[in-house]
Design a protein around this ligand. Structure first.
Ligand code: PLP
Length: 382
């Protein structure tokens, strides 16, 4: 037997999945686990989205679309930039993708060559690191060391050490929920542009900010690549549908790669996603529930000795320093699950260096679940 294994395939596993697998095993045995581990809304997609999908299924013929997506959806996304940000974006610059995860593959392949150095913040979303590693891109992890978000000075320092080709950041961020304030975002993008560093802005948690309006990096210039998705605010994780706004010169390269990698994003999800922008009332009600959960956790987590490691500005996460309780958040998470039946995500996936000191709590679940989880943790710690 000859099995060829590439070095590029040797990426880190998603360690949190071990905790999730254990939570699912306990649930299957009838243990009433409260999960604060998953980064997905507990609500279904909006009614209009589901109705559009039902209608399309009745018509029956779901096929390939243009590699960059249905014209109607690209236009609806362009309209969203006008409505939400007051920005004119041509539908021709929009690429619809199979979740933002596919957008990362396409952006990295179209923008970087093996060996190029691309900066990301630590803590940060682990797939950035893992996809880049699989593509042979050199990852430069900038440790935030207590700063809430990446800013221009971080970028300058990393670039001084060795030239960067790109930078990728998310605001609001996973796992911290931190938001880069509008003026800092503008300084970060301008600095990158002055230094010749290409910018990718992951805006998947936009519309989930609790204090300030959303700022898109796109407002800082047309050469920024923006990635977004219907997964989070729009409650459509399983529909696998996202998008990119591309600088003009990247449109054709992305289209060529997308044609061969994916042929097209799923048509059913594209038809349905057009309706998502019309579901604001329904989705704002979901967001209001997150806001209530956030208030509760902002008070309860510090009371329980989980110090907030970043402000809970957006998304649906609290990222906490857990050193008052443990120096190994992986062991602590396993114990909390086994004994208190509350699942949360250990920090190691988000930050290989400092993650053992941290844990991420998702508050995308119901309010009752959050109240129950805090009570169980309190009892357990006593
Ligand atoms: C910051 C961030 N970006 C991207 C994704 C991927 O989302 P999707 O592929 O469902 O669009 C996630 C998922 O958790 C995320 O947290």
């Amino acid at each position: 037997m000859v099995v060829s294994l590439s070095r590029r395939g040797d990426v880190e596993p998603f360690h949190a999945m071990d905790v999730l697998a254990e939570a699912n095993r306990l649930k299957a045995k009838g243990v009433p686990v409260v999960s604060m581990a998953v980064g997905q809304p507990s609500d279904p997609a909006p009614a209009g989205v589901r109705q559009a999908a039902t209608n399309a299924l009745k018509m029956g013929r779901i096929g390939y679309t243009d590699a960059l997506g249905l014209a109607g959806l690209r236009e609806a996304i362009a309209q969203h930039y006008a409505d939400h940000y007051g920005l004119a974006v041509s539908p021709g610059r929009i690429a619809v993708t199979t979740g933002s995860s596919a957008a990362f593959n396409l952006a990295f392949l179209a923008m970087f060559d093996p060996g190029d150095r691309v900066a990301i913040a630590a803590p940060g979303y682990p797939a950035y690191r893992n996809i880049m590693a699989a593509l042979g891109i050199e990852i430069v992890e900038i440790e935030l060391d207590g700063d809430a978000y990446l800013h221009a000075e971080h970028l300058k320092a990393a670039h001084r050490e060795k030239t960067l080709k790109g930078v990728l950041f998310a605001s609001p961020a996973n796992p911290t929920g931190a938001i880069i304030p509008a003026d800092e975002l503008s300084a970060l993008v301008t600095t990158a542009q002055e230094l010749g560093i290409a910018v990718i802005s992951d805006e998947i948690y936009h519309r989930l900010a609790y204090a300030a309006p959303d700022s898109t990096a796109l407002a800082c210039g047309p050469d920024v690549t923006v990635i977004n998705s219907f997964s989070k605010y729009y409650c459509m994780t399983g529909w696998r549908i996202g998008w990119m706004v591309l600088p003009e010169p990247l449109v054709r390269p992305v289209e060529r790669i997308a044609q061969s990698l994916y042929i097209s994003p799923p048509e059913l999800s594209q038809i349905a996603a057009i309706e998502a922008f019309k579901a604001t009332a329904e989705l704002e009600a979901v967001k209001a529930r997150y806001a209530g959960n956030r208030e509760l956790l902002m008070q309860r987590l510090p009371e329980l000795g989980f110090t907030l490691a970043a402000p809970m500005d957006g998304a649906f996460y609290a990222f906490c320093d857990v050193t008052r309780h443990t120096n190994d958040s992986m062991v602590f998470a396993r114990k909390m699950l086994a004994e208190a039946h509350v699942a949360a995500t250990p920090g190691r996936d988000f930050d290989p260096l400092q993650g053992h000191r941290a844990m991420r709590f998702s508050y995308a679940g119901s309010h009752d679940e959050m109240v129950e989880a805090m009570m169980r943790i309190e009892r357990w710690l006593r």
